[in-house]
Design a protein around this ligand. Structure first.
Ligand SMILES: Cc1ncc(COP(=O)(O)O)c(C=O)c1O
Length: 412
């Protein structure tokens, strides 16, 4: 094999619903030298990260830490740690990632009931509550922000009903947390999973989670540690997965520091720095920033002559889905945007593939210059591929939004 060149990928403007651009401070934190995972300095970093995660999740829960792996590792860890074979699980589905929750629950041996609504809209909470009454599940597993359709599901009423009726409520907040309000405790959510590579502005590879004492009780009942660490440990209800066994992982994150896995040192540095940035910005300022850039993006798209996909009442403020105009090849447009402008947007999955584009405005990617870049590149690429656009109107409409906003001066 001939000598390979040093890695030097092009700089891109990432406007997909993940991964997005990583905060430069986060990337710098990732170059910090490795220290041992039981070094007192590293243990302090773990404790500080737990505290920052509690603030992010808006929770008083003791347990808030990260699972090593992409966001679905956190989902799988939570579900396989609480579901035992035969347990009833209700999964309301309004896009691709609801199907993922059902799929994981099936693989845990659950008796899964799915309910579905049309992609592009969300559930009326009362409908889910009626289904909970009918099914009497142990767990309801639900996505908050469906990146596949750009839709966000209201959760507060479902959480309240679940708590009053002793049902566990697990939420995939992978795409929303850090970009829009998410109140773990106030909405009565028992376990939440998020992702690093979206609104946290950190590379992919960790799944922060939080859960309360209702979940912890189940973990303690199912606790079994590896026999190499304790030869007498046994439990017929043990969690099927070793890697995703939260009863062991929480002991690693406790003062016991159980030697479960070798922590991903560099990713933890990255997560801590990403969370520190969020703490400095303040959650409400951060949500306001995402709303402002969403408004500029949406006004720009409309001025260009494009229509948005999905029920506007439930639109995610951090993902915007656009109907691909008749006669325009959506993939050709995206390809031109990357190749000629270095700007990436996304297509989608399943029955919507080829019908919509998805633009993410998340975390560090959610900046004024990126909104202008994506609008300009999209306009030029559609025109290049034979589509009709109101040339020049999009950027002007976005400029109007920024000029009219009192926030614009105080944010990035
Ligand atoms: C809502 C949602 N849930 C789960 C996932 C899975 O995340 P990951 O690819 O990090 O495992 C994604 C990824 O896009 C997502 O958007």
């Amino acid at each position: 094999m001939s000598m390979l060149q040093e890695l030097n990928p092009s700089l891109r403007t990432l406007m997909t619903p993940g991964p997005v651009e990583a905060e430069p401070r986060v990337l710098r934190a990732m170059t910090i030298p490795i220290i041992g995972q039981f070094d007192p300095e590293f243990l302090r970093i773990m404790d500080e990260t737990m505290e920052l995660l509690r603030q992010l999740f808006q929770t008083e829960n003791h347990w808030a830490y990260s699972v090593d792996g992409t966001s679905r590792s956190g989902i799988e860890a939570v579900l396989c740690s609480i579901i035992e074979p035969g347990d009833k699980v209700l999964v309301p589905i309004f896009g691709r990632f609801g199907h993922l929750l059902a799929e994981i629950a099936y693989r845990c041996g659950a008796d899964v009931t799915k309910m579905e609504c049309e992609w592009g809209t969300a559930f009326d909470q009362e409908k889910i509550i009626a289904e909970i009454k009918r099914v009497s599940p142990k767990v309801v597993a639900l996505v908050h922000g469906e990146t596949s359709t750009g839709i966000m599901q209201p959760l507060d009423g479902i959480g309240k009903f679940c708590r009053e009726n002793d049902v566990l409520f697990v939420v995939d907040g992978v795409a929303t947390i850090g970009g829009t309000d998410f109140k773990t405790d106030e909405w009565n959510i028992d376990a939440v999973i998020t992702g690093t590579q979206k609104c946290l502005g950190v590379p992919t590879g960790m799944a922060p989670i939080t859960y309360n004492d209702r979940v912890e009780k189940i973990l303690l009942e199912r606790r079994k540690i590896e026999q190499g660490l304790d030869i007498s440990s046994s439990n017929p209800r043990r969690i099927q997965s070793n890697y995703f066994d939260l009863s062991q992982i929480q002991e690693y994150w406790s003062p016991k520091r159980l030697n479960h896995h070798t922590e991903a040192t560099t990713m933890l540095y990255a997560l801590r720095e990403g969370l520190r940035i969020i703490h400095e910005e303040g959650l409400q300022n951060r949500f306001d920033r995402h709303k402002l850039h969403e408004k500029a993006l949406v006004e720009g798209l409309k001025a260009m002559g494009l229509s948005l996909f999905g029920d506007p009442r439930y639109k995610m403020p951090i993902v915007t889905c656009i109907n691909i105009p008749e006669g325009v090849n959506g993939d050709a447009v995206r390809f031109t945007m990357v190749k000629e402008f270095g700007v990436e947007i996304a297509s989608t999955f399943g029955s919507l593939a080829g019908k919509i584009w998805r633009i993410g405005s998340m975390g560090f990617s959610c900046r004024k210059e990126n909104i202008f870049r994506v609008l300009s590149a999209l306009e030029a690429a559609i025109y290049r591929h034979g589509g009709k656009v109101n040339a020049g109107a999009a950027v002007q409409a976005a400029l109007d939004v920024y000029e009219e906003s009192t926030l614009a001066v105080s944010i990035k």
